[in-house]
Structure formats: structure tokens, C-alpha cells
Design a protein around this ligand. Structure first.
Ligand SMILES: Cc1ncc(COP(=O)(O)O)c(C=O)c1O
Length: 470
């Protein structure tokens, strides 16, 4: 008997949080409840989501940058439908899937330098794991350098390159002898590379956790050092790639930057099927797959699936056909200019980091006394709290999904679909203005939200402490 997915969805409409809490992640369920993200979504299309009451939301979270072309894009859906309807077989195991060959060729055409070969996997962290292993095999060296505030994924190898202590705690020791450096620290980089044991320098051209756009001068100098000491450059474009920055890859904003390995995932498959890719040079590959008995020495069962490959190919087509790189630049510039125009009016608002549709809105200490006191009190309770006073009302009052950029950074990040309309830009800007007006009234409703969250967090902590003590 065929299963009826719609019927299952209907039956579980009011039970999704109960199921999630019981069988998936009780702590995340709690976070969703406190922050108001405990909604039951029933529809997604383009830049919008709808909840069960029929309310429409603007999705500027996009599952952390997956929906560059929006949800349910018809071109991608059509390509997937063709695969489902065809009897062409996939995952033979020992074969050379043609769609994978075509997607690999198309990706290498779009990347800088002479990268000509692609390893396909299923996620961002897997693409980074492959890059770490390829660099080790190619150089015969064990170590890596990564940057403060970096994020490259949560499997053990990728986590070793994370500059976020919060993610590492409880899982250490990770891969040994990796060095973390502040972006811009070229002396530190040279001193470490000169030791001759560093396989890779790993970076995001725009760091996702604080929307930090690394400078051209820094990355080109780092490239010179890497070439001098024969260290490979791994460029993580998992969030910043696929047109997000207004170029196909964010590293393409920097003339002359030619990483040895590039990692892609997230938006690569148009929001339908998990897909990751590690793009590199034949010479590096040859050091990994160095004999016939090692032809699959790095591989994964579900790599190169027909659905994922068709999704990847059709996503590239949509980026080209809809001129999405130019649209990302236009929309991103409008958003930045709109927010920047508010900076003189709002003391907490400090500025905007923007490249294409990767946008960080920065907050900081105000000047006037009551607001200064509110800022100090909030940060004393929890350094992660302040940004919730922006994200929560944007969702509750204006139906816009956004995110806190990272741990203990006063930045909210927006990653809208690249093809949003002008009225979506206006929707966001007027909502943001309203939230700013309310935030600058202390005491006021924005601060009440924060107090509610902090009381909740405190009482949870106390309960946890009590149970640990017992
Ligand atoms: C820059 C970057 N690298 C790697 C990853 C890990 O990707 P995944 O969650 O698919 O493993 C992410 C995910 O947010 C990312 O933003």
C-alpha cells in the first residue's frame, strides 16, 4: 500500500514539537520555544514560508544559506522530476555516472586557477574532511592553520579547524597540532608555515560566524606565504559560494587569488538534495588515489547520486538564466544602503558588512546612559542575549526569519534568496526600522523579551545544577 505523506503531515500537525522533543533533540525544542521558532510550517515557495494559520513569512535565514534560488524552484523541480521518472539507474557502485561527469566539468569551468577535478559528497563538513585529507596526502604533512571565528563543519576533522570554542568543548582532543590565528596575522602565519609541517591553510573568504570579509591584501599575502612554504590553500565557499557574494565564488572578488582546493555545498543543489563538492587539481588527486588498490581510498556510498547531480546542474542553470549574481549585488546593495541610512538615528546600530547577499548587521555599546545600562546588563547576563532582541521581534511582529551570526558576537546575519523582489527589501527595511525604534526605548517591550529569555535560561541552569548535584 502506498504511504500517504500528506495524511502523515495532517495527522502530526500539532504533534511535531512533541515528537521532536521526544525523539530528536529536546534541548533544541526548548530553544525553539523560547525564541518563538516553534511554528508549524506548512508551505514554502520562493522567498516565503507559510505557517498553519496561513501567515506568510519572509525567509532571510534560508537554512543558513541553502536557498540561494528560493524554495521549490520550478527549473530544479523539473530536473528532479525527470530523474525520478526515468529508468536510468544510479548508485551502481562501480561505474562512472555521466551526470556527475557533466556537473564536475561545469564546476571546474567556473572556478579560478587550473582546478580540474571534483570529489562529490553529501554535506559541507564532508567536503572539508576530503580537503583536509587531500592536503595531507599531497604534502605528506600533518598540520593545518585556521582562523579565529572560523566555521568549517562539525565532524571531527572539520571541527579541529573551528575557531569557535563553544563547538569544540566536550569533544577534544581533536586533530593535533592545528594552529588558530587571527585573520590578518601574517607574521604568525609565516612563523608557523616556516616549520615545514603545515599541509593546509584553511579559510572562508567571508567568515560566516561574524560576516568578516577577509581583505584582498591579507589573502594575497597569505597565498604568497603558502606558495613559499608549499602549504595548500583550502578555500571554504560552502556558505559564501554559489552566487551568495555576488560572484560565483567569494574568492573571485580577489584578482589573482587561486586556492588549491575549494569546498562547496549548501546552495549547490538548489535546496532539494544534500550535496557537497571538493574541487581541486589532478596532481593533488593523484597523491590520494595513487594506485589501483587505492582507487576508492576516499569515497562515500551516496556520492554522485543522480538526483543530487541533476539538482546541481539545474541550479547552475538558474544562476545563469536569472542573472542571479547581478541581482545579488543589486539587492544586497539596497539592503546595505537602507540599513546604513539608519545608523545615525539608532545608537545600538553600528554598521553593516555586506558582499552580495551575505549581510551582517553590527550592534554595539550606545552612548546615552539608560541604553548603556541596558546594554551592560544584557551582556552581563549572557553575551548571546542582545541579538535576540532583534531576531525575535523580527519574527514575532514582522514575520521575517533571521539569525544571530555567532556565539557572543553582537551581529545578526541575513542570507536572503538572491532573487528577492524590491518589495521584500522594503518589507525587511521597514520591519528593521520598527524593531530599532522599539529597541531604543528602555524600559520597553524589546527589553521585556530579553528578561523573559534570561529568566528562563537561568531557571533551566539552576534546575540542571540541582540535578547534577543530586
Ligand atoms: C563555511 C561553512 N563551512 C562548512 C559548513 C558545514 O556544512 P554542513 O552543515 O553541510 O556540514 C558550514 C555550515 O554552516 C559553513 O557555513
Amino acid at each position: 500500500m502506498p504511504i500517504d505523506i500528506n495524511e502523515i503531515l495532517n495527522q502530526t500537525r500539532d504533534k511535531n514539537f512533541e515528537l521532536f522533543e521526544k525523539h530528536i533533540n529536546p534541548v533544541l525544542a526548548k530553544v525553539l520555544r523560547i525564541t518563538g521558532f516553534n511554528r508549524s510550517w506548512i508551505r514554502g515557495e520562493g522567498s516565503y514560508l507559510w505557517d498553519e494559520s496561513g501567515t506568510r513569512y519572509l525567509d532571510f535565514l534560508t537554512n543558513w544559506g541553502v536557498f540561494n534560488v528560493g524554495r521549490r524552484h520550478p527549473t530544479i523541480r523539473n530536473a528532479l522530476q525527470q530523474v525520478l521518472d526515468s529508468d536510468f539507474p544510479g548508485w551502481i557502485g562501480l561505474d562512472a555516472p555521466p551526470l556527475a561527469g557533466v556537473l564536475a566539468r561545469e564546476l571546474t569551468k567556473r572556478t579560478p586557477g587550473n582546478l580540474d577535478i571534483v570529489y562529490f559528497c553529501n554535506s559541507g563538513t564532508e567536503a572539508v574532511e576530503a580537503a583536509i585529507k587531500f592536503a595531507r596526502a599531497s604534502t605528506g604533512r600533518p598540520c593545518s592553520v585556521h582562523l579565529t571565528k572560523s566555521f568549517h563543519g562539525l565532524t571531527t576533522g572539520a571541527l579541529s579547524l573551528s575557531g569557535e570554542q563553544n563547538f569544540r568543548r566536550g569533544f577534544e582532543p581533536l586533530l593535533p597540532n592545528n594552529l588558530e590565528l587571527a585573520p590578518g596575522d601574517l607574521n604568525g602565519l609565516e612563523a608557523r608555515l616556516a616549520q615545514g609541517d603545515v599541509a593546509s591553510f584553511v579559510f572562508e573568504p567571508i567568515q560566516g560566524k561574524n560576516v568578516n570579509i577577509l581583505s584582498n591584501e591579507y589573502l594575497l599575502s597569505a597565498q604568497n606565504l603558502c606558495r613559499k612554504y608549499k602549504t595548500l590553500m583550502i578555500c571554504d565557499e560552502i556558505q559564501s559560494g554559489m552566487g551568495r557574494s555576488g560572484r560565483f565564488l567569494a574568492c573571485q572578488w580577489i584578482e589573482g587569488l587561486q586556492p588549491d582546493i575549494i569546498c562547496l555545498s549548501k546552495a549547490l543543489s538548489g535546496g532539494y538534495i544534500p550535496l557537497g563538492a571538493t574541487i581541486t587539481r589532478r596532481a593533488i588527486y593523484d597523491s590520494v588515489y595513487d594506485s589501483m588498490d587505492r582507487a576508492t581510498v576516499h569515497a562515500c556510498t551516496f556520492g554522485m547520486g543522480n538526483l543530487a547531480m541533476a539538482a546541481g546542474l539545474s541550479t547552475l542553470t538558474v544562476l545563469d538564466d536569472e542573472n542571479l549574481l547581478a541581482r545579488a549585488n543589486e539587492n544586497g546593495t539596497r539592503l546595505r544602503q537602507g540599513i546604513e541610512a539608519m545608523v545615525p538615528r539608532f545608537e545600538f546600530l553600528k554598521g553593516v558588512q555586506q558582499r552580495g547577499m551575505m549581510i551582517g548587521i553590527e550592534f554595539g555599546k550606545p552612548n546615552s546612559l539608560p541604553l548603556k545600562a541596558a546594554w551592560a546588563m544584557t551582556n552581563k547576563i549572557d553575551e548571546n542575549l542582545f541579538t535576540q532582541a532583534i531576531v525575535i521581534p523580527l519574527l514575532e511582529d514582522h514575520h521575517i526569519l533571521t539569525q544571530v551570526a555567532g556565539h557572543a558576537v553582537p551581529i545578526i546575519k541575513i542570507l536572503p534568496p538572491l532573487n528577492i523582489e524590491n518589495n521584500d527589501v522594503d518589507w525587511f527595511l521597514s520591519a528593521f526600522e520598527d524593531v530599532m525604534v522599539k529597541l531604543h526605548k528602555f524600559p520597553g517591550p524589546a527589553w521585556e523579551i530579553l528578561m523573559k529569555i534570561s529568566n528562563h535560561a537561568l531557571s533551566t541552569k539552576q534546575k540542571e545544577n540541582r540535578s547534577t548535584a543530586i
